[in-house]
Design a protein around this ligand. Structure first.
Ligand code: PMP
Ligand code: GLU
Length: 388
């Protein structure tokens, strides 16, 4: 008898976590590592958020809250979604979970049946396919192209559809490519999905990190028909630098929110009570942290882009959002795992192999680190590329 269930036995490890943790362990062992792998802002959580959680703890906010999150927090999220995203959700349509990752899984678990197909534009965030597989669904990958700025086109979406298509996943801004969909692009995809009754998982976790002329648009805000089929995912990890707090949320039409609440009632219950006070303070407090962070990341993005453009044997598309570059390494002639292993072992630079995102001819560099580390890391990356 197999010990591990067939649903779990064939899952792939999360390479984003694996590589990042390996680099962190090497660093802890005293090795000088230039970490360009991390998918989390390196700055500390703003003080006012930390103080709110400390105060809540000191005030005895240490008991269960409603499964979906305490009401003041869900009210604040509803207010934010209305004001910033043009999305009308009642607090009862919002479920706070253990990170946006958990929110994505809850939604997929609630909506995808055995054999249902889920269309995932590739390169994709590492965890979507495994989440779909965990519930018996079938991920259907559609290769986006650098000449389309790594964005899914309506034609590609239409071609990938079958009678079993249940859901489309759209992540804008996109991890790992930094693509940001325009309103027109989202509307075209959303209208097609709505005409075929296909659900949309709209992962907007990087919404605050958009640069230049790019603007973040929420899929669910585009029409009532699209809203009725959309699950909006967001959270606190990226915008407020709260990755370790594990705070994300989804907002969805009432029947979907109720189904997700049921799952959570029987699995995790509420997110840590005093962490929720931190989240409330994040939404209610001064938002200049976000603006400062965006400016800082934009400056680093421009620096990295300037450097990468001059490095031989690689290609890169200028990203408009998030904090990543997907670098085309096909001319280096190595698998992405080999490439990243060599880069880490010999050049002490940590990067994520593109295979994690379904593209073995690339690697992902993140600029969630100081300019000094970026400079040295890119010097070394350049040496590596020139040597191959
Ligand atoms: N979606 C995307 C696209 C991500 O890159 C991540 C990684 N952090 C998440 C969701 C999950 O974020 P969280 O830390 O809130 O679980
Ligand atoms: N999402 C981040 C990344 O892509 C963090 C790691 C993870 O949760 O996968 O690196």
């Amino acid at each position: 008898m197999d010990i591990i269930s067939s649903r779990i036995a064939n899952l792939s490890p999360s390479l984003t976590l694996k590589v990042t943790n390996r680099a962190k362990a090497m660093k802890a062992n005293g090795e000088e590592i230039y970490g360009l792998a991390g998918g989390e802002p390196e700055m500390d959580t703003p003080e006012l958020i930390k103080q709110a959680a400390i105060e809540a703890l000191n005030n005895g906010q240490t008991k269960y809250t409603p499964t979906a999150g305490m009401m003041p927090l869900r009210e604040a999220i509803a207010e934010k979604l209305l004001k910033e995203n043009g999305l009308h959700y009642e607090p009862s349509q919002i479920i706070v979970s253990c990170g946006a990752k958990h929110s994505c899984f809850n939604a997929i678990n609630a909506l995808v049946d055995e054999g249902d197909e889920v269309i995932i534009p590739a390169p994709y965030w590492v965890s979507y396919p495994e989440m779909v597989r965990m519930v018996g669904g079938k991920p259907v990958f559609v290769e986006t192209k650098p000449e389309n700025s790594w964005k899914l086109t309506v034609e590609q979406f239409e071609e990938a559809m079958t009678p079993r298509t249940k859901m489309l996943i759209i992540n804008t801004p996109t991890n790992p490519t930094g693509a940001v969909y325009t309103e027109e692009e989202l509307r075209a995809l959303g209208e097609l999905a709505a005409s075929e009754d296909i659900l949309i998982l709209s992962d907007e976790i990087y919404e605050h990190l958009v640069y230049g002329n790019a603007k973040h648009v929420s899929m669910g805000a585009l029409s009532d028909e699209i809203y009725n089929l959309t699950v909006t995912i967001n959270g606190f990890s990226k915008g407020y630098s709260m990755t370790g707090w594990r705070l994300g949320y989804l907002a969805a039409p009432t029947p979907i929110a109720k189904a997700v609440q049921l799952i959570q009632d029987h699995t995790t219950s509420n997110v840590c009570s005093f962490a929720q006070y931190g989240a409330l303070a994040a939404l209610k407090g001064d938002q200049s942290f976000i603006t400062d962070m965006r400016e800082e990341y934009d400056m680093r993005r421009q620096y990295v882009y300037g450097r990468l453009k001059k490095i031989p044997n690689i290609k890169v598309v200028e990203p408009q959002g998030a904090f990543y570059f997907l670098v085309d390494t096909s001319e280096l002639g190595l698998t992405s795992l080999n490439l990243c292993d060599k880069l880490l072992e010999r050049y002490k630079v940590a990067a994520i192999p593109g295979i994690a995102f379904g593209n073995d001819k690339s690697l992902r560099l993140s600029y969630c680190t100081t300019l000094d580390v970026l400079k040295e890391g890119l010097d070394r990356f350049e040496d590596f590329c020139r040597a191959h």
